[in-house]
Design a protein around this ligand. Sequence first.
Ligand code: NAD
Length: 230
Amino acid sequence: MDNIVILTGAGISAESGVPTFRGPDGLWEGHRVEDVATPEAFDRDPVLVQRFYDARRAALATVAPNAAHRALARLDAAWPGDLLIVTQNVDDLHERGGAKRLLHMHGELRRALCTGCGAAPAWDGDLSGDPPCPRCRQPRLRPDIVWFGEMPYHMDAIEAAIAGCDLFVSIGTSGAVYPAANFVRWAEASGAATLELNLEPSAGTPLFDSARHGPASLLVPALVAELLAG
Ligand code: NAD
């Protein structure tokens, strides 16, 4: 076992107090996804969308990495082979937990994106009120979040890592959002072993070689201990 790719989703941050995407009520923080997470929603009601992400960004100050984030950072630091953590999460808990080999495929709350000049500055304040872009000075900043219908980031690097991996692990993701939901198929095609860790069986469970169900804060440290023990 040399090379590992780990895909994480909202479930790994749930025990830190970050709500998952589709709770039992089918809403994300009380909003329909179509009203806050599409380019059309931003065109229709930019004030609502900016306020929604401003609230999510501000809430990051009230949460902390949990044992699952910290365990993945330990694995990242100690694993001698290639390793890549691909997160669908827009929170910053992996990096605050210490992970280094990390890609945010759906963007980051703590970054803005200028629709004028394309700059993507680090951003910790609000975007409501249309502050100017630090580069072009135009008031055209949006959250640097990949919305439904937009192209995820880093796809070339992710495809290459999956093509070369021996183990693919999916943690805390429902398998409902594409293209991430297809990564297990790519991994299988490249001959990798595939393992799902999730609170409960997901839509993707039958696609994995094996699955373990329970809270990420227990399952992930246990897996990391196994991997590091060889
Ligand atoms: P999802 O909400 O669709 O699925 C979360 C999965 O995690 C579910 O299968 C659930 O059973 C599982 N889960 C819940 N608690 C868990 C726990 N304690 N341990 C292990 N598993 C647990 O999330 P998704 O598949 O990541 O897709 C959601 C999309 O929403 C992503 O694109 C992401 O950008 C966005 N999102 C991100 C965050 C975040 O950054 N933390 C939060 C909400 C939504």
